[in-house]
Design a binder for this molecule. Structure first.
Ligand code: ZN
Length: 140
């Protein structure tokens, strides 16, 4: 049985950051809740992810499944290395598809991320390559 494509996928997409047109086949993509973001490469992807001045901590935990509470405790500890009283502004739980706060996507960013960036978030703790992401304000 032959299958036919119902519609043609666009062959080129625009990078989210520099707006350069790139063939879809080589673009890096990131699936948001209801939108797919494309990037021409790592540099643009990271520029898109990191707000200016954001300090980033990456943690990897292997050998045990992390639930949200454990992940949050680890993130709290890590953030406290950079600021005495970090305040958690927003988080993303990829495994359960949850996020906080739940706000509408704006500026082509996930809403929780845009919220954190516009509320002074300057510490980003990413666990297991993005399974959990926590953003804190250092209140400096
Ligand atoms: Zn680009």
């Amino acid at each position: 049985m032959a299958t036919t494509e119902a519609y043609e996928e666009p062959a080129a997409v625009a990078c989210e950051v520099c707006l350069k047109e790139i063939p879809k086949s080589v673009a890096q993509s990131l699936e948001g809740p209801d939108y797919v973001y494309y990037f021409c490469g790592d540099v643009c992807y990271q520029r898109w992810q990191a707000a200016p001045g954001m300090q980033e901590i990456g943690l990897t935990v292997s050998g045990a499944q992390l639930d949200f509470e454990s992940a949050r405790k680890l993130a709290d500890l890590a953030a406290a290395r950079l600021a005495p009283e970090p305040m958690l502004l927003a988080w993303f739980d990829k495994l359960q598809g949850k996020e906080s706060p739940e706000v509408h996507e704006c500026q082509h960013k996930p809403g929780w991320l845009a919220y954190a960036e516009s509320h002074g978030g300057d510490i980003r703790v990413e666990i297991n390559g993005g399974e959990y992401i926590f953003i804190y304000a250092s209140n400096r």
